[in-house]
Design a protein around this ligand. Structure first.
Ligand code: GTP
Ligand code: MG
Length: 205
């Protein structure tokens, strides 16, 4: 029997985003309904820039030269039943230990409890590659049935050879997950990301 589709899968889903709210706790987030796509990654890895590139907006998600700037969960509404989530980054050494542990616990909680969270995009600065904390997040997503995209960012900063090294690292660690190579500066790679989101949502709706 053909699967019932409830989602609005028009490619225009990205064209009228609305900033909904910033939450410091999961309890402050909108009702756990519909679908959520979250951007997860180390501080400064390009989560907020990727969201802006996908939405074609300059500053719907706030970007910063100072790592650790996004300390809140920012919720962007795409459609009635679809949200993009900009999460605080992890792994920023200069953040106070107590705050850091709090963030990491919050992320873990969010992954475990949030029923509507179906897809995470792990942003990885291509100059750094996939790090241990990224692997922890990816395992946590896998354990909770959340689909994972590995999104290398800032490809404008490296040679083709370095890019291939990251592709190899990603394929050897995670042959099962989709990988993308992007630059928000040069607006590269995001059409592929959007196309995959639309394709995957059609299977989840
Ligand atoms: P936190 O919210 O602090 O965790 O950071 P974030 O992951 O949201 O990163 P953000 O998007 O704020 O980007 C961090 C820095 O990297 C900013 O100075 C961006 O301008 C820069 N940056 C992001 N994407 C790119 C890119 O594709 N190319 C280049 N060259 N710089 C980028
Ligand atoms: Mg950010």
């Amino acid at each position: 029997m053909k699967e019932k589709r409830t989602m609005n899968l028009d490619p225009k889903i990205f064209s009228s985003p609305e900033f909904l709210l910033s939450a410091s706790k999961i309890e402050q987030m909108p009702k756990d309904e519909g679908l959520e796509i979250a951007f997860v990654g180390r501080s400064n890895s390009g989560k907020s820039s990727s969201i802006n590139a996908i939405l074609g907006r300059k500053s719907l998600a706030r970007t910063s030269k100072t790592p650790g700037r996004t300390q809140l969960i920012n919720v962007i509404r795409l459609t009635e039943d679809l949200r993009l989530i900009d999460l605080p980054g992890y792994g920023f050494a200069k953040v106070k230990e107590t705050i850091r542990v709090g963030w990491e616990r919050m992320l873990t909680d969010y992954f475990i409890k949030r029923q509507s969270l179906k897809l995470i995009l792990i942003t990885v600065d291509i100059r750094r590659g996939i790090k241990e904390l990224d692997q922890v997040m990816i395992s946590l997503a896998e354990e909770n049935g959340i689909k994972v995209y590995i999104v290398f960012t800032k490809i404008d900063k490296v040679s083709r050879n370095d890019r291939e090294k990251c592709r190899y690292q990603s394929l050897s660690l995670y042959p099962q997950h989709a990988i993308f190579f992007t630059s928000s500066l040069k607006n590269m790679g995001f059409d592929e990301v959007k196309k995959s989101i639309i394709d995957d949502l059609s299977l989840m709706g």
